[in-house]
Design a protein around this ligand. Sequence first.
Ligand SMILES: [Zn+2]
Length: 266
Amino acid sequence: MQSRKIEDENILNQGGSLADISRAIIQQQKPTDQPLNKSLLPSQGLFYHNDISVKKLTTIDIKNLSTVTTDTVDGIMNGILARNVKGVQVNDILVGDKIWLIFYLRSITYDDYPFDIKYQCPECGNMNVFKMQFKDLTVNTLPADFKYEYTLLNGDVVTIGFPTIGNEIESNMILREPEKYSITPIDEELLNIGNYIKAINGKPQSIMQAYRYIETMDGKSFANFANYMADVNFGVKPYINIKCECGNTIVEPLSFSPEFFMPKIK
Ligand SMILES: [Zn+2]
C-alpha cells in the first residue's frame, strides 16, 4: 500500500500525459553506472586492473544501511559493494577502500547531501552544527613512494600486500572457530597484521603461516614492521576534524547512523 501511494504521487507530480509518464519511467530505468576515477581511492586504485564504475544505492540498500548493527555491518556493506561497484569482484576490493566506497555511493546517491553533526567546542564552548560532506572524510592514501618489498630488522624480506574483503572474510572465519586452525588462542590484531604479509623471502605465505611468523618474530623487528605498516596503511579514519570559529580543531567520531544513510531530505 505504502509504495503504491508513493508511485501515485510521483505520477501526479510528473504532469499528466502518458508520454511524459513513460519518459519519466524510462529515465528512472536508465542504467546509472558512472565511471569512478580510481586515483581518488585511498589505495589510489593501483591494485585494480580494470576500469571501475559505480551505481547509486537502491532503496533496499538504503534500508539495509540505515538498520545496520555491529553483527550485520560487514555482510550488508559487502553485499552493497557487490551490487553497486562494477569492474572488480567484491572479494578483491581492498579493505582500505571499502568504507570510502560506501561513503562515495552515499554521496552520489544523494548529491552529497550534507549530514549534520552537532558539536560543542571544548575551548570556547561554542555549540554548532557541522554540515559534513564527502570531502570532509579523513582519508589516508597509499604513499606515492610505497615499495612492495620491505626488509625487516631480522634480515628477512617481506612482500607486502593489502588485505582484501576476501582476506577479511577468511580472517573472520578463523576468529570464529580458532580451534580449527590452532591449538593456542589466536590474537586478532596479529592475525590482521598477518594479512599484510604475502610472501617472506619470495616464499608465498597463507594467512596462518604469516600469523605464525609474526607470532615468533623478535620484538624489535615486530615493532619496526608494525610502525612501517602504520605509516603506509590507507583508508578512512574513524573520525572527522571540525574547525571551530575560534581556531580550535574538534575531533568527532565518524559513525554510521540511520540518518546518515537516510537523510531527512525536504
Ligand atoms: Zn571554539
